[in-house]
Design a protein around this ligand. Sequence first.
Ligand SMILES: N[C@@H](CCC(=O)N[C@@H](CS)C(=O)NCC(=O)O)C(=O)O
Length: 241
Amino acid sequence: MPPALTLHVLPPSHPCMAVEAALRLKGLDYERVALVPGKHPEVMAATYGEGNTTVPGLLVDGEPVHGSRAIYARLDELAPDAPLLPDAAIREAAAWGDEHLQPLGRRLTWCAMHFRPEALGTFGGAPPLDPPGTDFAIRYVRASWKYHGITAVRVAEDLAGLPAKLDRVDAFLAEGVLGGEQPNAADFEIGATLRVLHTVGDLHGLMDGRPGTALALRLFPDYPGLVPAGALPAGWVPARD
Ligand SMILES: N[C@@H](CCC(=O)N[C@@H](CS)C(=O)NCC(=O)O)C(=O)O
């Protein structure tokens, strides 16, 4: 009997999208539980242990596995074919994607939506919000900045450092760590974050035409959401070399 798998997600989350792609690659059936944002910390901590409030989390026959990298490793134990973390270089790239790139997928999108709150609706696959919806979005985005500790200074630093991070992704591709015929955990981890970053129109100039962006759009062709270019203040996004 294959183990019973239950995945806890928040729908727009990029690490959740990454592990769902890994589950599909492995051909493993799972129950997907979409949590309600704001209520999720309580459910996650009760299921995965105190302090484990983020998504994704996976229950394997009731055994809690918390966090995207722990999930890839557990999936390799459950289904060794199509290994997700086959060698040290891929493990390092997945760790870098998790620790250094993934947070930008949260901070830069919430930042862009501060300036264009009506765009929040597009992340649910709907048109931009109407004025009452935009009033709600303004409050929601403000609460998200507070929750994630986002500041304009932090975002400006993220943006200044983004070209170097995109170069690093393209170096992983050139070295063959990413972009193989069969995707690995680092492809999913990094590709999912780049896919989310591509919803920020102001980043298209930095991202389009890069191998990393092409990988992200190939692995995750369907991800709703667009904050049109012109949201971020002039001069915050570095010019492309
Ligand atoms: N780096 C960890 C953490 C993931 C993470 O921070 N997930 C976000 C969604 S993208 C989350 O759970 N946010 C809600 C919260 O922090 O309570 C992983 O890859 O599992």
